[in-house]
Design a protein around this ligand. Structure first.
Ligand code: B3K
Ligand code: ZN
Length: 879
């Protein structure tokens, strides 16, 4: 496979200005007729017209109505004799939607047609300049059997429709906005819609529609409400209005990711769209709201201004994740609920992006090369990219950031641009700011991979009443990047006295400052500090770095109890737990929680003012994957044993407190997924799982019985799933009948059955039982490798989210992984390649895991007919 380099970018030799597409839709063989208006790009050297095309059957090629000679080479159609003057190119080809199990291009799912074109799926529909800097105005005619495909949708506005012979009908759609081919979409099938008309601030009327399969309509209310809230928010926060008369959202059950922002016709994985209290958890409701918002926000950040080339992916993804995170926080409302959102986002970043940044696939936010672009829709491009955007906002302030966004759209609306263009717009709108005075250094966030480590060392001088804070930074080497330059790191901070009172940092009495660290080492001096303070650094997680501040447990306790920054209060609770676990692991000793720690956790649980949602986050131990990141050599079994020991001790020491918390946090009345009631449910569920775990250890049967009863009687999926998880995770005897009952209740609801598989595959390993059960679930009649949600529910859960079940001394997990990656690769390379990444961090494993893992990867790499997707992942792993 060829490696594509960022610095090789060249403009295309031709522009396609307009395209007329006609689809004669047939699941077995669809005929596509494409009429393009093309002009030569005189800015680049004269050359042939080279169109992309994959898995297509070419029927004819005409230029200005006459046949023309062409040749096909690999995935290209090459026309040497293309005219210099503007011309019309007509191409006819067929493709096979029914056979398209890769779910890229035009495919069928549940008897309907759907498309997925990002990144390079359009070339699997017809021959085209399938690159984001070629933007065209599309008119699309769809023709299909009327009984089987009554709904015919494409981007833009419906300009015509009617009946044809032989029971067929047609629809014509016109999208007035020029767009890259990756935003093209078509849907045809037997679907029903929830509709809502809205009038926006500007006084314009719009039609909003959510299309789903018959029977799913009552599960679309939350998505519709989320869409309306997103539209209102983007107008209020960024003055960005809805620019279309009609905005459509469609659900599909076979989909490779969460959703896709096609212009005016977003297509969603049903898992990111459908929700009802009986079938979706609070977390599902929250995720749906944020994904609906994310895709809607792409309408400006991605669609109106798009990427010049795929190396700039974070231009739209990092920015749009930042926007959806801000939206979720604004929707949450109270400062505490906002902090809960922030904590969850940071937890996600640390669990997924930090390991990526230190593993075989480490790459900069703006990668330098790829062989398969689909492999770079990563936590680095998305989540770290969002943190980079957040740092702009921290450096120039909220108003400054909004001014920068305004300038970005003034300059670039309708264009395909780069991350540099975005940086320049934010800087130019904020002359003299901390950002614009060091913009080049700041842009290292786009070019350097790896998570910077910041160390902090404070010294108090009682004689002069000064506090000197020395900060140093260092970014570890990553594949292909040895030496790193210092980054620009905004460190939001405050100082507390030992009773937890915030100290004034300067003469005007401010208690919070943004320190800008941009050298390898810097000192900051604070005057008028009477005694040794406790530093609260990196508040709100102001930069995506690992902070080593060497704080003692006593100092962490001060922060946990008193910091005005809720993020750092949470962080202190996590650090206390982490320190205990790491200490035991490094000493190779059994973990024993100290009375001080237990008391602190008890005080937190019983705190009269803290929100239940916050308590739940603070009392949840750090993820095993995050603990692994703190170790030079990773023994997944030892980490699991330490976490289990901590959990059991916490469960037992706080037994009465958990019981009281469980009773005190029951939600009365009808279900709503708001932050207050979901916080109560979360804490009650954590309490229940602790109580069942403790009962399992002591032999008590009361709490397992209560959990089973609650599971049976639950009025919503959050409570039902919580009770079921408590039984399954504690390995209780009642887990088996509960799982059976759950399956019987929900056997016709695919999204709930996904949860059933995932829960079993993610259960804490005990004596190899979880691994054995997951293996046998492969043969369950409901299991299938073809549906990405189902495949992930079992395989990703086991191989990526259950380290102790996966990493076995007998290497059976790795053998299993290799088999599944190869089996899926023959069906759906994108899905296989995601699973392949379970081995990203193999090199950090302890023996015997390390050698066995390497061997399994090598076995996959030895297959001659791997997809480019999987090949790139395994080859990088072995490099
Ligand atoms: N832009 C799409 C992701 C496309 C992934 C292609 N492999 C969804 C999103 O980020 O909104
Ligand atoms: Zn996106």
């Amino acid at each position: 496979a060829t490696l594509i380099q960022r610095l090789d970018y060249q403009q295309p030799a031709f522009w396609i200005r307009k395209v007329d597409l006609t689809f004669d839709l047939d699941p077995a063989k669809t005929l596509v007729t494409s009429k393009m208006q093309i002009e030569r790009n005189t800015a680049v050297p004269h050359g042939p017209l080279r169109l992309h095309g994959e898995e297509l059957n070419l029927l004819r090629v005409l230029i200005d109505g006459s046949s023309v000679s062409f040749r096909q080479e690999g995935h290209e159609l090459i026309i040497e004799g293309a005219p210099d003057a503007d011309f019309a190119l007509e191409i006819r080809n067929t493709c096979c939607p029914d056979k398209n199990t890769a779910l890229s291009g035009l495919y069928t799912s549940g008897g309907s047609f759907f498309t997925q074109c990002e990144a390079e799926g359009f070339r699997r529909i017809t021959y085209f300049l399938d690159r984001p800097d070629v933007m065209a105005v599309y008119t699309v005619t769809l023709r299909a059997d009327k009984a089987r495909f009554p709904i015919l949708l494409a981007n833009g506005n419906l300009t015509g429709s009617g009946d044809l012979d032989n029971g067929r009908h047609f629809a014509v759609w016109h999208d007035p906005f020029p767009k890259p081919s990756y935003l093209f979409a078509v849907v045809a099938g037997d679907l029903v819609a929830r509709e809502q008309r809205i009038r926006t601030r500007a006084g314009k009327d719009h039609l909003l529609q959510v299309f789903v399969r018959r029977g799913d309509l009552e599960k679309t209310e939350h998505a519709m409400n989320s869409l309306i809230a997103s539209i209102v928010w983007d107008e209020a926060r960024f003055q960005l209005p809805l620019d279309l008369e009609r905005f459509m959202v469609v659900g599909v059950s076979d989909f490779n990711m969460g959703a896709m922002e096609n212009k005016g016709l977003n297509i969603f994985n049903t898992s990111a769209l459908l929700a009802s209290p009986a079938t979706a958890t609070d977390a599902d409701f929250h995720r749906i709201e944020s994904i609906v918002a994310h895709e809607y926000f792409h309408n400006w950040t991605g669609n109106r201004v798009t990427c010049r080339d795929w190396f700039q992916l974070s231009l739209k993804e990092g920015l749009t994740v930042f926007r959806d995170q801000e939206f979720s926080m604004d929707m949450a409302g109270t400062p505490s609920a906002r902090a809960v959102c922030r904590i969850q986002d940071v937890r996600q970043l640390r669990a997924l992006q930090f390991p990526e940044d230190s593993g075989a696939m480490a790459h900069p936010v703006r990668p330098d090369s790829y062989s398969e672009i689909n492999n770079f829709y990563t936590a680095t491009v998305y989540e770290k990219g969002s943190e980079v955007v957040r740092m702009y906002q921290t450096l120039v302030g909220r108003a400054g950031f909004e001014a920068g966004m305004k300038l970005y759209f003034e300059r670039h609306d309708g264009q395909a641009v780069t991350c540099d263009d975005f940086a320049q717009a934010i800087a130019d709108a904020n002359p003299g700011s901390e950002l614009s005075t060091r913009l080049d250094a700041f842009k290292r966030w786009y070019s350097q991979a790896g998570t910077p480590r910041v160390t902090a060392h404070g010294e108090h001088d009682a004689a002069t009443q000064t506090y000197t804070l020395r900060l140093t930074q260092q970014t570890p080497a990553t594949p292909g990047q040895g030496d790193k330059q210092p980054q620009v790191i905004p460190v939001v901070m405050g100082l507390l006295d030992r009773h937890g009172v915030a100290l004034p940092l300067d003469a005007d009495g401010t208690t919070e400052r943004v320190l800008v660290l941009d050298q390898a080492e810097q000192t900051f001096v604070f005057n008028g500090i009477p005694s040794e303070p406790v530093p609260s650094l990196l508040r709100g997680f102001s930069a995506p770095v690992v902070l080593d501040d060497g704080l003692s447990d006593a100092a962490l306790l001060v922060l946990m109890r008193h910091d005005s920054d809720p993020f750092n209060r949470w962080e202190a609770s996590q650090r206390l737990a982490l320190n205990r676990i790491l200490h035991a692991l490094r000493a190779g000793q059994p973990l024993v929680l100290s009375p001080v720690f237990i008391d602190a956790m008890r005080a937190l649980l019983n705190h009269p003012e803290l929100d239940p949602a916050f308590k739940e986050l603070a009392l949840t131990l750090p993820a095993e994957s995050y603990i692994a990141e703190q170790m030079d050599v990773v023994d997944p079994q030892a980490i699991h044993a330490a976490v289990m020991a901590a959990q059991i001790q916490l469960a037992s020491a706080l037994r009465d407190d958990w019981a009281a918390a469980f009773e005190a946090h029951q939600v009365q009345g009808g279900y709503t997924p708001d932050p207050v009631s979901s916080g109560k449910r979360a804490l009650a569920n954590l309490a229940l799982s602790m109580l069942v775990l403790d009962a399992q250890a002591t032999g008590d049967t009361v709490w397992p019985g209560k959990a089973y009863q609650r599971f049976k009687d639950a009025g919503n999926m959050t409570d039902r799933m919580g009770a079921l998880a408590a039984l399954v995770n504690a390995n209780a005897e009642l887990a088996a009948p509960a799982l059976q009952r759950f399956h019987a209740l929900f056997k016709d609801d695919a999204l709930v059955i996904d949860k059933w598989f995932a829960l079993q595959a993610r259960a804490p390993e005990a004596d190899g039982r979880v691994f054995a059960r997951a293996r046998s679930l492969l043969k369950h009649p409901d299991f299938s490798l073809k549906n990405p949600n189902r495949a992930r529910s079992l395989l990703a859960s086991l191989c990526m989210f259950n380290p102790a079940a996966f990493h076995r001394t007998d290497a059976a997990g790795y053998v299993f992984w290799a088999e599944q990656v190869l089996a899926i690769d023959a069906i759906n390379p994108q899905l296989a390649s995601r699973l392949a990444r379970a081995m990203d961090r193999w090199a950090a494993l302890a023996e015997p895991y390390r050698s066995a893992a390497r061997e399994a990867i090598a076995r996959v790499a030895a297959k001659p007919d791997l997809s480019t997707d999987v090949r790139e992942i395994v080859e990088r792993a072995l490099a």
